[in-house]
Design a binder for this molecule. Sequence first.
Ligand code: GAL
Length: 978
Amino acid sequence: MGLSRRTFSALAGTTALGLALGGSGAAACAYAAPTVPTGPAPAPPAADGRRHTIEFDRYSLLVDGSRLVVWSGELHPFRLPSPSLWRDVLQKMRAHGYNAVSIYVSWNYHSPAAGSYDFTGVRDLDLFLTMAAETGLYVILRPGPYINAEIDAGGYPGWLTVTKGTARTSDPTYLSYVDEWFTQVDAIAARHQYTDGAGTILLYQIENEYNAYVDQPAGRDYMAHLYAKVRADGIDVPLFHNDNGRNGYWTPGSFDTGGEQGRWLYGFDGYPSPSQPPPDWGNFGIGGAKGGATASPDTPGFVPEFGGGWFDPWGGVEFKGKGYAESRRTRDAAYERRFYLTNLANGITLHNVYMTYGGTSWGWLPAPCVYTSYDYGAAIDEARQPTAKLIPMHQLGHLLQYVPDFAKLDRAADVTVTGLKAYHLSNPDTGAQVYVLRNDGTKAVTSTVPGIDAPVTVPAKDARLLAAGIQLGRRKVRYSNAQPMLALTAGRQEIVVLTGPTDEKTVTALECEGEPTVSVLDGDATSTYADGLLRIEAQLGGLTRVSVSGGGVATPLLLLLADDETSLRLWPYDTPSGSVLAYGPALVRTATVTGVTVALTGDTVEDAELEVWGPRGFLEVTWNDNDLTTAAAPSGSLRATQPLPGVGPVALPSLADGWRKKAENPEAALAFDDSAWKTADRTTSFSTTPVPAGQPVLFADDYGFHYGDVWYRGHFADASGAQSVSLAYSTGTQGLLLAWLDGQPLGAHRMPVPDKTSVRQGSWTATAEFAVPQALRTSGPHLLSVLVRRMQHDMDGKSTDTHKAARGLTAVTFKEASPKVSWRLQGEAAADPVRGPLNNGGLYGERNGWHLPEFGDGDWALGDLATTEKRQGVTWYRRGFKLAVDSGIDASIGLILNDDVARAYRVQIFLNGWNMGQYINDVGPQHTFVLPNGILRTRGSNTLALAVISDGTTASGPAEVGLTLLGSAAGGVPVTTL
Ligand code: GAL
């Protein structure tokens, strides 16, 4: 497909004409941007086989000419290694008001070696994109090539760390590899674009937070190359980049887009401190020298990432990890309201929350700065459980989709609201007035807003959104001190939902030409009518229902006033037959209308009432394929006469005993045969770490070993006179080195916990010095055996090739002796064809399949988990366990490890052969490891294998290993076993 055949044009303002992008070779068609963006919520996107246009003006995206506010959440398929569960999380997102999912695609996850790519099984990008389309979510695709993301080498494959050329520049060697990656990803992505209705990819990001070389050819040519490559691969949706803050980097025109105009968006991210007032970043606000309002005046406000939590470092570092409960506490629902509403007030209409589901950096995926859990304190937790953080997301997400005025807002005249920061915006077409009221103080503030004849209270460190003069369905709400959530037509009536905190006294004033008939169907509400205005006063608690008919509008209105908790039980769905609103269960995943039947699928936790409003003439409701007995209710709904049953109990077996045990590390012994190992015979390296003079390259990556543990065996003839040996090594944080001489333990060395500055610079190098035992200071032969736990590669956030810092041993010297040492080394075996390259390191047990469920451990001795023995080295523990979770239950199960923190050991956890992460007993903070269903067989046999490394200074454990239920629901999605 040739770029020259296309004509592109950015739309400027509401009256501009744009030329829409057709598919390959399609004639461009002209259309006028809508001037009055009212109407029903746009139908959710699907792979509908139709052509669609994706354009934008300074206010918002225009999809098929209609405005769209993108309310997106970030999820990383590679952090949820069970494709069935992708659907679970996607459905939860869609149900809670998100209309888009943003994903990084991580190069290292798909490529074990140059030229070798895998998109099958847990790596099935095609399947993910199909599921997103089936769920009705747009996709924002972000394949890097550099992604950062707290993942090993920022997403670069291990093999790329030993290649020539500077990454993240226009270096030709680097670009040749990048092209290889994009060719692979784009071949799949091109089959899922919304432009030709083959899928729902809406936008595509190149690079990430790329702020080196911004004004230099190495950077501009690099970006131009990426742009051209993606277009040449057939990607025709708008492209963008994610600026590291509103710096104004990579705005339209800042690099060569091959003559294409109007197909490039400016995006920037933000992770502001929750303890400071939210910044006014965006189209109206502040930024760096090129940022702020001037950064990109013709593109809509776009944050491809805005903090939805924060990642947590290992314990023990100066700013030590406190666990994800802390992230969720500091960035709670009030944080979301305060910061995201400020974003909306700053003209942001494309909003992606990083992360919405954080997941698990399983195997060797974590970058050195993080541990296994990447829960992130996100709105949906690592165990796929909804949290209270979904309340604002749900309310705002549905609002932005169902009430179109929010897609086109200008700053309006400042208003003074005593005690609160107030933003006033208005829609120039509809006249709707929008207020964002923010309380940055520590006490709740009650104040008044001009034009809203009711007091409004904003709790401490919180914010609210109010609207006035806004059309909700066929009626205009002159004002309300409750937040609108949606307006839809269900059958013969319109339903408008407004929300607020429990017990709040609300006033909602509707304009009516004549006096309407009002009846309070449920809850504590009263109404008065005077001068064309119906004022409904209600105290929020549960679901208050007020029916309004007449008053100049033929269609009756059902006004639902929901307190915050209750709003989370209201599930609107658009179907081709009309809107459906369900109320009651913990989750409604899907709603379809066939004839007179509304079929719902979803989850319950407690017993739940179910009430459904649906299209005209619907008579029946099914729930998870079961027919329900229903009765017509006064609100025009059908109500199930019996509650839906909640979830039953889930029994988990004890793992306290029944373990088999075997010690390993034969590599430490003289007799071990290492003749098949790689010889350390290289003298040069592309690493950023200098090769020490007179020594061979010992960096593990240079010999093809990129993940997990690596062994070295150094043979030398003579140790006479040697007083000590110094082993210089380089790892990520929490690195570890164990050494033996002639099979005798010399000791262990832990990578010192660096100070703040060196953490930031990613420099983790140290030298372990061990005394040579007197008895071994002899002529030889001798053997020095060294095991290094590498803790992965640095990211390359600053484009300085930091991912190429050496890992493993770097130099070895002796005091008072200089024997010539010939080294052999061994890391991970060939990549597991199913579990992928990051599943295994180079422990003896891993190389010999001790982690695999099919491994025969019958000759291993039965033994206790915790031991009193102090042994430097590696010991494995294995046992099976059976689960029999009812097939109608989605149980999320975790593994807990606990022990006295004084005991110095770490555990690599394998479930059915899958490496579910690393536990470091004396570092923490993680003690619970989520076991994803699919890898975990909830109905069948499982095998756990624990590889324990002890530094020999204390007895090692683990003392307590057990299963824990992290959440359960009746419902869920079908899960395929991996
Ligand atoms: C952003 C970056 C992401 C991730 C995030 C922190 O700056 O784009 O990849 O690293 O920070 O979680």
